[in-house]
Design a protein around this ligand. Structure first.
Ligand SMILES: *Cc1c(COP(=O)(O)O)cnc(C)c1O
Length: 458
């Protein structure tokens, strides 16, 4: 299987190359040359373990990795999850289930992709002998998950920029209390957007990024999307077969990576009723699915901070597949979007493929209280956004994207119960090691350079 760019102007690449490069050189995102048809295959995976399904799925894509090695990579990637099923499906009533995606080491769904990506980077370094410097910017969960995926890996340094004072205290501890010497949490004096724009400038300096073999860890990496397809398939196979085609997946959404993965599994043959995009007050995607208008506004802070996003980078892959894999159309749409900050479509194939909702902070609190009263179950503020208008569905699976203990203030204020997790409690007594820097590309480059010697490889 080869991988091509959504904008059509990049030579096709192997799986490992596409994963290493991240963003395609023509500015597009990597996608499989063709989506495999798994419709007859999927049902034969019923009863398989999570890692076995993951391995069977990746065999279609990671064709340049030997079977035995792939199996080992997958098994080690999910070895640190604290639930034997990795993604248990919990039934709330006979129409509603929750897919718990918070059993990984940093308690949010991003671990599913970043634990595996960490193993793939490690393999790359071992194969080439070349050290990698990974750079990312985070408003919270991604940074913690990326750092955890690369903890202590030989030949890999990880630098994560985050806005000082604007990630939660626990999220900062998850990044800054690891005790590993290859981890550099960089607190930026500025906003998330300042961090993001310095990061882009650093990557824009090609001479620098090549000199230190810089790699981006963000949600555009193809391996992340594919890793996320797996838990949809796993959950679907856990449902009674007679409800498969009558089930809707409800996905709390920010950057559109999570729901896109489910939709891709659908395009490969996982027959479901549909997908629901659940947004918070930052509702660009809700406005899009309601009216066809995708235009950027200002991101505002909400109780569900990991969804406080205005530009959904993975939307480009959706446009590409939604327009029958037309790279020219995708390129034009993205160019229009870049020039005007807006994009419009009336294409029913695109608009009708998902429904959407929006929830403000008051509703989030009401839902947390209601779900607790009705089911005795605690949802975090992101997951809460999914619990809107579920009566419209015959059957639904709400994806739970984070453990409630990551957001103890909201839970305690709403339910008057404390929400704790042992792995977070353990962090509270550890030393914070972070590196404050100005939001300047020059300062970041100088910092990265200063950490280059000695780098050991295996
Ligand atoms: C990242 C994140 C989201 C949003 O997921 P996308 O793939 O960006 O749509 C939702 N909830 C939590 C807890 C997250 O960490």
């Amino acid at each position: 299987m080869n991988f091509v760019s959504t904008r059509g102007n990049t030579d096709s690449k192997s799986f490992s190359e596409a994963v290493r490069i991240g963003l395609a050189p023509d500015g597009g995102l990597f996608v499989p040359e063709t989506l495999p048809d798994l419709s007859s295959e999927l049902a034969t995976w019923e009863g398989c373990s999570y890692t076995d399904i993951c391995y069977r799925f990746f065999k279609f894509f990671a064709t340049d990795i030997a079977d035995g090695e792939l199996k080992q990579l997958v098994e080690s990637a999910y070895g640190q999850f604290d639930h034997s099923e990795c993604a248990p499906l919990v039934s709330l009533d006979d129409r509603t289930s929750v897919l718990e995606l918070f059993h990984g080491p940093t308690l949010a769904f991003k671990d599913f992709a970043l634990q595996l990506l960490g193993k793939l980077y490690e393999r790359q370094v071992a194969l080439t002998g070349e050290p990698i410097n990974v750079l990312g910017a985070t408003s919270g969960d991604t940074g913690a998950a990326a750092i955890n995926g690369l903890l202590g890996k030989p030949g890999i340094n990880i630098f994560i920029l985050y806005p000082e004072g604007r990630v939660s205290a626990l999220q900062e501890r998850q990044m800054a209390c690891t005790g590993e010497s290859n981890v550099y949490p960089i607190s930026i004096n500025g906003s998330f957007d300042d961090a993001q724009s310095s990061l882009k400038e650093v990557f824009g300096d090609k001479a620098f990024s090549e000199s230190v073999n810089l790699s981006a860890v963000n949600s555009i990496n193809l391996a992340r999307i594919l890793a996320q397809c797996v838990y949809y398939i796993y959950a679907w196979l856990k449902l009674p077969a007679e409800t498969w085609a009558r089930t809707t997946f409800v996905v709390p959404t920010g950057n559109f990576g999570n729901v896109l993965a489910g939709w891709m599994a659908y395009r490969m043959g996982m027959a479901v009723a549909g997908f629901r995009v659940a947004t918070n007050r930052n509702d660009i995607l809700h406005r899009f699915f309601a009216s066809g208008d995708y235009s950027v506004g200002e991101a505002t802070a909400t109780l569900a901070p990991s969804m406080d996003i205005q530009v959904a980078s993975n939307f480009e892959r959706f446009i590409y597949f939604g327009s029958s894999e037309n790279a020219e159309k995708t390129r034009n749409a993205m160019e229009t979007f870049k020039a005007t900050g807006a994009f419009e479509t009336t294409d029913p194939e695109i608009l009708q493929s998902m429904s959407s909702t929006r929830m403000d902070d008051n509703e989030i609190k009401t839902v947390i209280a209601e779900v607790y009263r009705k089911y005795g179950y605690i949802v975090d503020p992101h997951t809460a956004c999914g619990f809107k208008d579920l009566h419209e569905f015959e059957h639904c699976v709400v994806l739970s994207t984070a453990h409630p203990a990551k957001f103890p203030e909201t839970i305690e204020e709403t339910l008057h119960v404390s929400s704790e997790h042992p792995s977070l409690e353990a962090l509270k007594s550890r030393k914070i090691v972070k590196y404050p820097l100005a939001a300047s590309a020059a300062a970041i480059k100088e910092f990265i350079n200063s950490k280059q010697t000695p780098v050991e490889t295996k």
